[in-house]
Write a new protein. Structure first.
Length: 257
């Protein structure tokens, strides 16, 4: 499809997706979800892409959903709009390749929900986070009530969800919402270096790590461990990625993936 909100750049196995609606602080609307669904499909079909990065143009990552689009919705339309966002963010989470959020500014409401659907989150020291829906008489609609407690714990999640308060990058780091905080001018280099490091590893191993962690968190420990063993074994055998990686190690050379 023709992209009007999202921009894509591919470099060294990394797909950089920029949300380009800065005058609206990159607010999420129906067009965004349509384009992001198409982008996920396009990037998933690129054999040379090993990692995807999502960031925002301007001073916001995403400052929330588009209130002007939501204000006149009926209960049924509100439910449908929630499911649209949940489906898109679930698709991000279920991508075979890792997805990194480069949080350059405000990550509020749907913006924080988008960031939480990514696998790793790196934030600018100027980034701000929150789920302010209660300020509007609403609750999160894109699975924020589900992902936030799983990442930050029940207490910190409820504090954010019930107060609607914003927190800074340092507090988000303490809660486990982000994995690292860097100065604004370092964000792009930091995230791209991380993405390229991941992209240089065994591509099947990287995909299987994501698969086992994601599915393991949805089941019991024993079932998750059995899944790990099965996927571990799948990387062995003649002509396998594991064989190449281990031979390269023994021969003191770089593996050829």
């Amino acid at each position: 499809m023709e992209y009007t909100i999202l921009n894509l750049e591919v470099t060294d196995g990394v797909a950089l997706v920029k949300i380009n609606r800065p005058k609206a602080l990159n607010a999420l609307n129906t067009r965004f979800f349509q384009e992001m669904d198409a982008m996920i499909e396009d990037v998933s079909g690129m054999q040379d892409v090993k990692v995807m990065v999502i960031t925002g143009e301007g001073k916001a990552f995403v400052a929330g959903a588009d209130i002007a689009e939501m204000v006149n919705k009926s209960p049924e339309e509100g439910t449908a709009f929630s499911k649209v966002g949940q489906n898109t963010f679930n698709s991000i989470e279920k991508m075979d390749i890792p997805v990194i959020a480069a949080i350059n500014g405000f990550a509020l409401g749907g913006g924080l929900e988008l960031a939480m659907s990514c696998d790793i989150r790196i934030a600018s020291s100027k980034a701000r986070f929150g789920q302010p829906e209660v300020n509007l008489g609403l609750i999160p609609g894109y699975a924020g009530t589900q992902r936030l407690p799983r990442l930050a714990g029940k207490g910190d999640a409820l504090m954010l969800l019930l107060t609607g308060d914003m927190i800074g990058a340092g507090e988000a780091l303490r809660m486990g919402l982000v994995q690292k905080v860097v100065e604004p001018e370092q964000l792009t280099d930091e995230v791209m270096n991380l993405a390229k490091t991941i992209a240089s590893k065994g591509p099947q191993a990287v995909k299987k790590v994501k698969k086992v962690v994601r599915e393991g968190l949805q089941t019991d420990f024993e079932s998750g461990s059995n899944l790990e063993s099965k996927q571990f074994g799948s990387l062995f055998g003649k002509g396998s990625e594991g064989e190449e990686g281990m031979k390269a190690f023994l021969e003191k050379r770089k593996p050829e993936w």
